[in-house]
Design a protein around this ligand. Structure first.
Ligand code: ZN
Length: 446
């Protein structure tokens, strides 16, 4: 490690082989070695002694709606990446919708990259979008470096991003399979949604009844069938229905190329506790009952669910009305995802290693970023979060960095204080102080 510029030392470093006392050597923004705790610090290298704070790989959040440009009053690259950094996230992948333009052509991708370039406090990549009329744009977007393509099977909530019917899904998926790309899917079946009681007013129970589990289960069953028929790679976004888990487990056992994510709000909040009128808890699919939540945790434990991502999807506060039928659907979780998930994980007997696997290692794999991200190991980027896992804090919306600090977690006491976050060997935030943004724009070839 003679060329190391920086050594981070902690009694608890989370590596792929487990948690141990270690010294992590860094040169040129890359981890060069994971050494014994008391290894001598080379001449010229700076030692950062973290004591008993845990050193973990920076989180990789593959489901973030930054909305920039076009709906920057909702969120933007500057604020979203600050919230990410403050929460221990060092890489985010931006969703193709809610910005104007949506990321559905190479030109639109270039526009988004231009806007993000000098505002990114963390590394940023992009998903493309699969619309009914852009099949011809998919391969060029793939070659331009998007990580995969998002599609909706039911209305998306914004007019410029229409959903695919089954025939359109088959066409897009066949094209994506032809270059062995990845389709990531918002899976709720529009016919089941249309047949459900329509939501009205402030009662959460009415909203929940309008987005039944069988809408998810049916859409996922169709998606799995199509993936199997085409040999295509698909990913189920924000799984909420525990009833879909047996068919997902069966598909995986059958060799279907399907992965699944869920979100902090499904794992930590329950329908029983959502107050009527509290649309900061509104998202689609919805937060369901406590018994359903137990199924999601079981599926994380047994590997049926692969990873946990935020689905950070903010809007301005005025769109979060007390009427669940019209309020914007989306929960803003970037800055709080690690402590929220960790708090519930520890209560259920999971270790921080599990949380790192779900929120960093596997999400890096999902996006194909695992050569550089997702683990503390030689050759990976020196991206870290430093966490005090046994310290608690009470969520104060005023301390949140995203543009409109509406949060479903206000007033909650959470375990896990992020002391600092590091990107390629550079501390990007500590104690609420940020350095200038030097995040990179990532493409699939990275
Ligand atoms: Zn989303």
């Amino acid at each position: 490690m003679s060329d190391a510029e920086l050594v981070l030392r902690s009694t608890r470093v989370i590596t792929p082989e487990g948690t141990r006392a270690a010294s992590v050597a860094v040169a040129d923004g890359t981890i060069t070695a994971v050494l014994p705790y008391d290894a001598p610090v080379p001449a010229g290298a700076r030692l950062e002694d973290l004591g008993d704070d845990v050193l973990l790989p920076g989180l990789v959040d593959t489901h973030v709606h930054v909305n920039d440009p076009g709906r920057t009053e909702w969120e933007g690259f500057w604020t979203a990446t600050r919230a990410a950094a403050a929460g221990g996230i060092t890489t985010l992948v931006d969703m193709p919708l809610n910005s104007l333009p949506p990321t559905t052509t190479v030109d639109h991708l270039r526009t988004k990259q231009r806007v993000a370039a000098d505002k990114a406090h963390v590394d940023v990549g992009f998903w493309g979008g699969a619309l009914p009329d852009n099949v011809k744009d998919l391969r060029p977007l793939h070659e331009a470096g998007v990580f995969g393509f998002k599609a909706f099977l039911s209305p998306s909530g914004v007019d410029e991003f229409p959903h695919l019917d089954q025939e359109q899904l088959a066409r897009s998926l066949a094209e994506i399979a032809a270059f062995d790309g990845l389709l990531i899917v918002h899976a709720e079946d529009p016919h089941h949604l249309a047949a459900a009681p329509q939501p009205a007013g402030p009662k959460y129970a009415d909203f929940l009844a309008s987005r039944p589990r069988d809408a998810e289960d049916t859409a996922i069953a169709h998606l799995v069938d199509q993936a199997k028929r085409l040999g295509a790679r698909v990913h189920v976004l924000h799984l909420s229905s525990g009833d879909a888990l047996p068919l997902i487990a069966a598909a995986k056992a059958d060799g279907v190329r399907v992965t699944v994510e869920t979100c902090p709000h499904y794992l930590t909040l329950t329908a029983e506790e959502v107050p009527d009128g509290a649309s900061e808890f509104k998202c689609c699919p919805p937060i369901r009952e406590a018994a359903n939540q137990d199924l999601l945790w079981q599926a994380l434990a047994d590997g049926t669910i692969d990873c946990v991502v935020t689905d950070h999807s903010p809007s301005t506060a005025d769109l979060k009305t007390d009427d669940f039928s019209t309020a914007w659907g989306g929960i803003s979780g970037l800055q709080l995802s690690l402590p929220a998930v960790w708090t519930e994980a520890r209560r259920r007997g999971h270790g921080l290693e599990d949380v790192v696997r779900w929120m960093s290692t596997r999400t890096a794999e999902l996006a194909g970023l695992d050569a550089r991200k997702g683990a503390i190991a030689p050759g990976r980027d020196a991206d870290f979060a430093v966490l005090a896992p046994d310290e608690t804090f009470t969520v104060d919306p005023a301390a949140l960095q995203h543009r409109n600090p509406v949060t479903a977690y206000a007033g909650r006491t959470l375990y896990g204080v992020v002391r600092s976050t590091w990107l390629r060997g550079r501390r990007i935030v500590a104690g609420g102080e940020f350095t200038e943004p030097k995040g990179r724009l990532l493409t699939r070839s990275h």
